[in-house]
Design a protein around this ligand. Sequence first.
Ligand code: C2E
Ligand code: MG
Ligand code: MG
Ligand code: MG
Length: 292
Amino acid sequence: QAKQLGRNRYHLYDLDAAKDLQTRHRELERIRRALQHGEFRVYYQPKVNMRSGQVVGLEALIRWQHPEKGLLSPLSFLPQIEQTPLIIDVGEWVLHEVLAQMGQWLQEGYRLSVSVNIAARHFQHIDFVFRLEAILSEHPDVSPHLLELEILESAALDDVVLMREVMAACQGIGVSFALDDFGTGYSSLSYLKQLPAETIKIDKSFVHDMLDDQEDLAIIEGVIGLARVFRKQVIAEGVETPEHGLLLMRYGCDCAQGYGIGRPMPAGSISHWISDFQPDWKWPLWADDCWD
Ligand code: C2E
Ligand code: MG
Ligand code: MG
Ligand code: MG
């Protein structure tokens, strides 16, 4: 009896596994088809300097305009492909799309620097630098100096020596780096010293809680202090209210990004957003009485 039960269970498990595999396969195929059929979009979110109120650049964020389900967040489809070669196809599509858009903006008189998120698996691919150069050369009107790559702090720690080399090679062609979601990895400070990233992005989870959580505030203070010592620019993500912005500014944070400043939006809305963005009324942070 027991033996039979066991065997049945084994069978059930086997069937489940096969079904899982099939579902996964179908999902991957659907994402591949979305890429071929042009269902992905790139949204752009502004980043501003908190002291001057100037727009310092944009972050490119992928979306899936699904014909039935509507606009989907990257968190609903990127994790499925993160460990497959498809992440490289999607990543390269984003790079092309962003560079073409930057060229378009240049023609309209906007010289905007844009950061693109790169998955660890993509960045660690043997051909990454070679392919990046090839993609850049297809957009000769856009200076590589306008392109920044965001890599996760946690990914950067996979293999510090490799990361360091690839980053240096990219910097050799003019591309710069930001360490994304900083503080959520388990980085030892000595790793930070070894990574040549120009910018550190404070993860939004700390910003979210900093107004009522002393520990999160201490982490933010620590990261900003660290950035200063290592001569890196620091930007806070997830800045939703002027209270966040004011406190961050008081602690010496350079730049901010978040719903409180501007939501991610289609490329076509950016020029309007920039000309409408008047720091002094849009966000009280820049009002006279907020200065120091
Ligand atoms: P991330 O790079 O840390 O991007 C910031 C995320 O925070 C974005 O979510 C953005 O929409 C969201 N956000 C911005 N301001 C606020 C705010 O004030 N409050 C809150 N709660 N959230 C805010 P999104 O667009 O859903 O992207 C999620 C993650 O997906 C990104 O996190 C990034 O890791 C990844 N991702 C997005 N686009 C790409 C891409 O093209 N390639 C790769 N490899 N990853 C991408
Ligand atoms: Mg990012
Ligand atoms: Mg982030
Ligand atoms: Mg994140």
